[in-house]
Design a binder for this molecule. Structure first.
Ligand code: ZN
Length: 328
């Protein structure tokens, strides 16, 4: 294991919709930032070209070239084989199956490349610099379109045997529940994510419930999303509040499982849905307390993430610097 020295790191966050490349200094401040569309539907080649372009642009904006940096740290929305630098699967990136992204990028960029799951990266970011600072054991979960997670045990990221641990979004909450993007039923992500919130709202509207959500969506039930629910709930709409409460209940079931399994000091909640704040966290805590053992649930704190949308970028850069596992 070779440490990446005190040079800026290029961090790349690759998601289903957008790709962000940023140059971060040794204090993890952003020196430059390039944001572009991932072109996920066009397949891996297009996505990789986009990444390479974004990386070069970001570095150029700082008046640097890649050799002046410590390397490239990638946070990817994917199931990653950390040991081999493979993207094994990625539900939001069509065509990505066992793609050796680390080797491909290392060759194209002539740089050192490290890759980890985006939520794992965010977990490291929150532990080192965010809401989990100074704690030994934390779990990070991001609740947005899907649910991702990362586990820090004794101050270190827990990667599992293959490097694909903490797929928290696919813990099964209800074996007979709604179909998940992964092909299984009743996953945490299918029950408590933004996608689930939108689905619950649409189902109840279709069953004839009245709500300001319909107005917000121009009278079209199919246009109602989690964002519509959030807006309506903020206006104290009865149905929207009910949907958020029910999603919070399922969020709490997953938290209870995590509390019983890991006994963490804190569960740090990030992602778009967490912006609903206490409206969703309060019912989540209540159901967590109902479903977990007393001792671990009396210890754990459920708190909102502290670092904002760049958590993954920052965490990936920290991980690259600390672990420095490279293949170039
Ligand atoms: Zn699933």
């Amino acid at each position: 294991v070779k440490k990446i020295p005190g040079k800026p790191i290029v961090a790349v966050d690759i998601g289903g919709t957008k790709t962000i490349a940023a140059v971060l200094d040794t204090e993890y401040r952003t020196l430059a930032r390039v944001r572009c569309l991932t072109c996920a539907d066009e397949g891996p080649d297009c996505v990789i070209d986009t990444m390479v372009k974004a990386i070069h642009q970001a570095v150029k904006r700082c008046g640097l070239s890649l050799v002046d940096t410590g390397g490239v740290a990638i946070a990817a929305a994917a199931i990653i084989d950390l040991n081999r630098g493979l993207v094994t699967a990625a539900p939001n990136l069509p065509g990505w199956e066992n793609i050796p992204l680390v080797d491909i990028l290392a060759a194209r960029l002539s740089a050192r490349v490290v890759m980890l799951n985006d939520a794992s990266a965010a977990a490291i970011g929150e532990h080192r610099l965010g809401a989990g600072r100074g704690m030994d054991n934390i779990i990070y979960i991001t609740v947005s379109t899907g649910i991702g997670g990362g586990i820090v045990i004794n101050g270190e990221l827990y990667n599992g045997t293959d490097g694909c641990a903490a797929e928290i979004g696919h813990m099964i909450i209800d074996i007979n529940g709604p179909l998940c993007k992964c092909g299984k039923r009743g996953c945490y992500e299918a029950m408590a994510s933004g996608t689930a919130i939108g689905r619950m709202a649409r189902e109840r509207l279709a069953a004839g419930r009245s709500s300001v959500m319909l107005e917000l969506a121009d009278g079209r039930i199919d246009k109602v999303t989690a964002a519509t629910v959030a807006t309506a709930a903020a206006r104290n709409d009865t149905l929207a509040e009910e949907v958020v409460r029910d999603a919070g209940f399922f969020l709490g079931i997953g938290l209870a499982n995590l509390v019983n399994l890991i006994n963490p000091q804190a569960i740090v909640v990030g992602g778009g849905v967490s912006k609903m704040g206490e409206r969703i966290l309060s019912p989540a805590r209540k159901s967590m307390r109902q479903h977990a053992f007393k001792l671990p649930v009396s210890t754990v704190r459920v708190v909102r993430a502290g670092l904002g949308t760049d958590t993954g970028l920052i965490g990936a850069a920290i991980y690259a610097r600390e672990v420095g596992r490279v293949t170039a």
